[in-house]
Design a protein around this ligand. Sequence first.
Ligand SMILES: Nc1ncnc2c1ncn2[C@@H]1O[C@H](COP(=O)(O)OP(=O)(O)OP(=O)(O)O)[C@@H](O)[C@H]1O
Length: 265
Amino acid sequence: MIEVNHVSKSFNGNVINEDVSFKFDRGILVILGPNGAGKTTLLRQIYGDLKCDKGEILIDGFKPNERRAKKLLGIMPQNAEPIFNLTVYDHIKLFAKMRGIKGNDTKIREMIKLFDLDPKKRVNNLSGGQKRKVMLTSVLALEPKYFILDEPTVGLDLESRNIIHEILIKLSKEGKGIILTTHYLEEAEKLADSVILFNRRILFDGSKEELIRKVFNEDIYVVKVGDKKLFIKKEEISKYIYLNDIEIRRPTLEELYYEFFGKSN
Ligand SMILES: Nc1ncnc2c1ncn2[C@@H]1O[C@H](COP(=O)(O)OP(=O)(O)OP(=O)(O)O)[C@@H](O)[C@H]1O
């Protein structure tokens, strides 16, 4: 269990996050919020890169910078870059060795192939997206209990993003806990078992279904008639079903996000 208890952080007197509390164990938790909301800062506190001014974080009962906590976490910081100009394969192996594990060779080779990477190519000679894939593979191959991934798919093409989604969904089904941030709301929709809406503090923490009720105070559906879109109550659906060119569905996470934060974000 990852426990975040009344945590706060300021830089030079500016409050970046305050009184943040949540508990997380398994599945995929997506933290969403506008630029500068303090998401990266919070993740850095969770993986022990930044100290909390107030409050406490525990990873299965250990403080984030304790060795036993670090072993439980696989981390991908926002601007993570490959190191030492190793080959792709050696880079992934080194990450495992630094962690004191052998690394499952078959799995590593599978992932390298899946991402269409050349295992013999030096990391300095890779494109930005390829570097990101090497970093992700290096972290995913560690097979930790929890993953903390800060915008893991930023800058990647759609195919690579889809591969990562599949890997993350598989890992979550195997019982891993994954906390990630993203600005891609479709990605959040696809991945999130639960969502935190964050802007300096936790504004919402729950499932998408709970978010629908939080945003609208009701169980709402979306009706699209031609290019007109309406948010309606369940009992109103019967009024619309006779129309042609109509789509009735649940609100997307993107629609909920923009209703929640207002259209300006
Ligand atoms: N080391 C630091 N010193 C001073 N201010 C900082 C530091 N790190 C972050 N900040 C400030 O904290 C605020 C939150 O930054 P943070 O990176 O946590 O936001 P974010 O929600 O991850 O944003 P984005 O979505 O743009 O990545 C920003 O105003 C940033 O300038």
